[in-house]
Design a protein around this ligand. Sequence first.
Ligand code: PMV
Length: 329
Amino acid sequence: MKASAVANANIALTKYWGKRQEELILPQNSNLSVTLDGLTATTTVEFGNSYDRDIFILGGKEQSGEELDRVVTILNIIRKRTGMKLNAKVVSENNFPTAAGFASSAAGASALALAVSKAAGLNLDEKELSILARINSGSGTRSISGGFVQWIKGIKEDGSDSYGIQIAPKEHWPEFRILACILSTEAKKIKSRAGMKQSVANCPFYDIWKKTADEDTEKMKKFVHEKNFTELGRLAEHNCLKMHAVMQTTTPAIIYWNEKTIELMHAIMQWRDEGLECYFTMDAGPQVKIICLAKDVPEIEKRARAISVDKILECRLGDGARLMDKHLF
Ligand code: PMV
C-alpha cells in the first residue's frame, strides 16, 4: 500500500492559459511542451489504518487548504475506483523552487498520479495517468510522458479525451536544450489557477487567444517533427508573448515579469541579431527559459552571466514519470 514515483517538470512551447471546465481541469486550447530532465518532483504515498485523515507534506511543510484539497481529490478518485477506504500520507519534494513559475505543480501532479495509483494496486496506462494528473494540475497532464508532449484539449464533458500524448521521444532531438534562468525564488503572488480564471472571465483579447492557440499548437507539432529550430523558436516566443499579453490585459492585471526578465528578453533578441540563435519563453513567474541548441550553450551562458544572470540550469529533454524503489518515509 506504499509507492514512490518521480516525474520531471515540463516547459510549454505553446501554452495552456484558461479552462473551459474548472473541476475536471479541461483546457480552452490544446498546447505542447517539452519534458525536461533534472527538474524533478519525488512523491511517496502510503495508504494505511494508522492515518486518521489524509496528510500532505510538501517540501517538509504540512499543507492545508487548496494544496491539500487538490491531493485529496486524486486520493478520492482512486478510493472510489478501488473501493478501498483508507486514508493516506503523501510526502513530496521538488529539487527546484516551488510556485515560482517553474511548472513545479506539473512534476508534482504526475509523480502523485503514478504513486497514488500504484500504492492502491492499480496499473494505469499513460493515458489514464495523464488524465489523473490533469485533475491535480492542468500542466501535470504533460509530465507523464517524456520528450515532446501535446495536451489534446478534447471535447467531451467528462474529460476522457483530454490528456497528454508523446508526439516525439527525447531521442528525436538530442541537441535540443532549455536553459532555465532563475531570476527570483519568491513564490508568485497570483497562482496560475486563479489568474487564468480571471483572464477567461474578463480579458478583452481572450477570444483571440482561444482562436489562435490551437493553430499555434498544430504548427508547433509540425516544426518539432521537422526539427525546424528557427520556426519553432519564433513561434514559441510569439505564443509566450501572446499569453503574457492576455495576462497583462486581464483585470486585475497579472504581471509576472520583473526588471531582470525584461532585460534578459532584450538581450536574447540582441544576441539573435548578432547571429547567436536562441529564443525565450516565460510562464507564470519571472524566470526566463532560453530555447537553444547544444552547440550554443557555452556562449549563451557566458553572455547571460555577463549581465548577472547567475543561476542557470541546463536542461535536456527528459523522461516521463517512473516508479522508484526508494521511499521518502
Ligand atoms: O497547470 P498550471 O495551473 O500550473 O498552469 C500552467 C500555466 C502555464 O505554466 C503558465 C502555461 C503552461 O502551459 O505551462
